[in-house]
Design a protein around this ligand. Sequence first.
Ligand code: CO
Length: 211
Amino acid sequence: MEAFYNKLLENNKEWVARKTKQDPDYFKRLASGQKPPVLWIGCSDSRVPANEIIGAEPGEVFVHRNIANMVVHSDMNLLSVLDYAVNVLQVKHIIVCGHYGCGGVQTAMTNKHVGIIDNWIRHIKDVYRFHQKELNKIEDEKERFNRFVELNVMEQVLDLAKTSIVQGAWENNQELHVHGWVYDVKDGLINDLKITIKDNKNLSEVYQLDL
Ligand code: CO
């Protein structure tokens, strides 16, 4: 147990040495500020490390992660990250990246009581209810689970578009694309759901804000 923990700090020293050898100004440059073009909203799952799976370097991705990559519009943490990313950093892309095999999404399909997390998972259950017609038709449980993961990502993309932050950026003609991806922990590949939105016209009218 101690060995694993100590190794983490050793790894850090090795990493610093490697980076500095490749580029003596590496940390000096990073210390001067950040201008990442991407905001990543992903799952906390340890198997889906944001930067690593897309080959991004430090400084390139602003990251928010929570259980099941949710965009909960009363979540101050999410809203603060989103506001800073869009209005200060002026990211060009927001990527919601879910993943097949997501424990949060799987739990939402059951009646299991886990603990305080039940309240978080309720948001995912709402997604199930919105799409229950389609989901209940899928007999194969694994297939239904996979589709639920995809639909959950789709709803989070729409939930981002519903925020005044994202709609405000579009109103100001700020270039901002919101994408939905699903990562497969079985082979490491990303499935681009091709549901990118660039304006609020695809939202139900009731969500379109006059800004
Ligand atoms: Co997950």
